[in-house]
Design a protein around this ligand. Sequence first.
Ligand code: ADP
Length: 477
Amino acid sequence: MKKVLFVASESDPFIKTGGLGDIAYSLSKYLNAEGVETSVVIPKYKLIPEEITQDFELIKTFNVPIGWRNQYCGILTDKIGGTTFYLIDNEYYFKREGIYGYFDEAERFAFFDRAVLIMLKEIDYKPDILHCNDWQTGMIPVILKKQYINDPFYSNMKTLFSIHNLLYQGIFSREVLTELLNLPIDLYNGGTVEFYGGVSFMKGGIELADKISTVSKTYAEEIQTPYYGEKLDGLLRWRKQDLIGIENGIDYDFYNPETDSFIYANYGIDTIDKKLENKIKLQKELGLSVNANIPMFSMITRLVRQKGLDLIISIMDKLIQMNIQIVILGSGDRIYEEHFSNLKIYYPNKVTTLIKFDNELAHKIYAASDIFLMPSLSEPCGLGQMIALKYGTIPIVRETGGLKDSVIPYNKYTDEGNGFTFSYYNAQDLHYVIENALQLYYDRKNWVKLMKRAMSADNSWKKSAKEYIKLYDTLCN
Ligand code: ADP
């Protein structure tokens, strides 16, 4: 049986800040169900709730060299839902109030990457494939290929590097190579990890992994162009034979309006009218005008530029004039947090802004709202639109990355599609499709048909897990 170790900086049910956390948990679960023995390793952050790790067993301790120093590392493990999880413990690096954004990110993840590789030998666990994810794990293929590959224990291991978001690359000063990673400066001089005068963890992963994947077919194409390539498009074009796009899925065990215990009223395709109960209850809870006929728009997102928030801000005056309600749940950059919070103060009956990360509330909003806005500037895959579809909440998205692959534009002539889309990053175009969507919203019969089509879209992990298995096969043959 093939063995895969999924290496990531976050994973449900321990800790998650975005899509990667969902994927680590769900993909490994589906791979295990399909007969690929998959384990997951993440850092043991302070923010991981203790009740989840209380049964974890400390199975090994060892030292990890970081430059001239040796740092303690403990390995804890347990099984959750059929998947074995490993936690890398070092309180100096990970017992902090947050999980990302520290001054010593290079050192924290240099430690993590080397610790994962040393762990394998220490616990005598030999995966066929190290499935690395995003810049935090980008140095694993580098350390493996440049330092460990002659050791028979490691020599057959293959690496897959998955890009979940090219915007975050892990770029540091060149000293990290020699002073933290104990790697030769030649890797910088020769260009393997050199990036405009610094060292890029992301570039290291892309250069040296055996295969590269990203999270949608469209994004796999987009990142080979200068517009989306974040200055790595040349390298990605050079490696295009080894680059593949595999759509993420969503876990219908968690995201299913028929069984979801977080929402006010369960509903399905045949009981779609019950969706309205969710809207009324949420309106009450949030202090909005209580009226089932007012269309409710929602956004559940990190509040960062990538999510197309500037387009929303540009047309907000016009949206406020319409007979609609807007619910925004998110956190992120202060400028957006403040802007959207102020709207709530000025228009309390129309706009509700909730600045926090709240999973339960997110489910309630997906169930309650009619239209989900996701006009992203770029979107590698996007989970929000897939969740919205499942809840019969019609997505309005920009045609980029996974949004383009998962939302089929509504066509009133052929009566096809499951959402509304626009192509250029332009506020007027967004406004135009919002108006189109609203027109259809008031045509209840056709709107319900659209909702039903949305709810029957298949964005399950099962499909994607099969594609990963094929990719793993090509790596091992
Ligand atoms: P990204 O990974 O870029 O943040 P995705 O759409 O791929 O975007 O994944 C975001 C995930 O996080 C979705 O499951 C979304 O529902 C969830 N999410 C985002 N912001 C919040 C929030 N403030 N509260 C609860 N869930 C959130």
